[in-house]
Design a protein around this ligand. Sequence first.
Ligand SMILES: *Cc1c(COP(=O)(O)O)cnc(C)c1O
Length: 401
Amino acid sequence: MSTVSEQKPTSATQRGISTTSVHAGEARQKALDSITDPIVMASTFTFENTQSIIDYVEQKQERGEYGRYGVPGERVVEKKMAALEGAEEGILFSTGMAAFVGLLNAKLSSGDEIVFFDECYHRSRDYCRTYLSRFGVVTREVKTGDYEAMEAAINSNTKLLVSESPTNPHLSIVDLERFAAIGKTHGVETIIDATLATPYNLQPISYGVDYVMHSATKYLGGHNDLLAGVVLGSKEQLADVRKLRGIMGSINSPHNCFLLERGLKTFELRMQRHNANGMAVARFLEDHPRVERVFYPGLESHPYFETARSQMRGYGGLVTFEVKDADWKETSKIVDAAQLCRIAPSLGGVESLIEQPLVMSYWERTPEQRKEFGITDNMIRLAIGIENAEDVIADLTQCLS
Ligand SMILES: *Cc1c(COP(=O)(O)O)cnc(C)c1O
């Protein structure tokens, strides 16, 4: 059974999503007549003569110069991801965190302020709290979904509103129309980290969000074999981000770009399976007597179900749940019993993963901090892959028995 709202258009391009992910950004006839983009292992690029340098500097010709400013394979995946997102421009980074840090650093100066919803990837929170503050940027955290608090936290120095949707690991959903409208009303730019949604399930730019970022390490690459990140938006708004990336040097190797391009070809197929599997596993867990609570935005019981249904095509493979009357050790036993699901952090790859957030990501935090972040002792996070749902459910059945 599915509650997926398949009518939602998710691509601003004229062609279908798979057609876009297979072909967009690629030259029809490539070097050496190869059907795939070759891996170009070069740190620098040669010019025929002085005039060709001048043509390049005057931006009359798109080509390579020096590897830190971008390699050929990178431009292809940037264009492909921009096409999938319905964005004018995409800028690839070496990791999702490099994309987040690069975007914020390009946009913020000492004295500026940002407001962000508190449920977010723990490293993004660390960066805002610990590092941005060292450079004189004031970061204000408000409760996820409290739009009044977000609006109240805005003042004349506020430059950015930041959120994830869905959030990790609680899968809370931000009402993008509302979020973008607050930004527009106050003349403040908005960022959505849509890693958990992907452009298949959510198109933040169509709601007026300024910047979308993804950890391409997750569903976009899709095979647990690479790290990458991407920032998407308008060419004009991202010009300074590209400049800063050229200085930071947080680029991808040609081989990494090849893997990402290859992974993207099957993006829609994988997402359809992740969505179906995520829903099947969430429903299975919701009916299981040992399960206290399931966090999955496709379930009617989820507090943000209506918002999710109105703006998403599907809900992805991340499913979080709490075990009934279990302390952290009993919860660990369930994780350790897994035979098919692999014990690992991350999400969005073909392999199903299982982990206990308390141990994997919050072990060094105090109980008070864990409480603040909503990480309970009996919480398990699943990142469902593309295996057959019956097999994943069979594994979870034996884990819970
Ligand atoms: C994984 C993740 C990141 C960080 O991406 P990396 O590629 O690991 O640097 C940021 N945001 C979200 C929501 C993530 O899941």
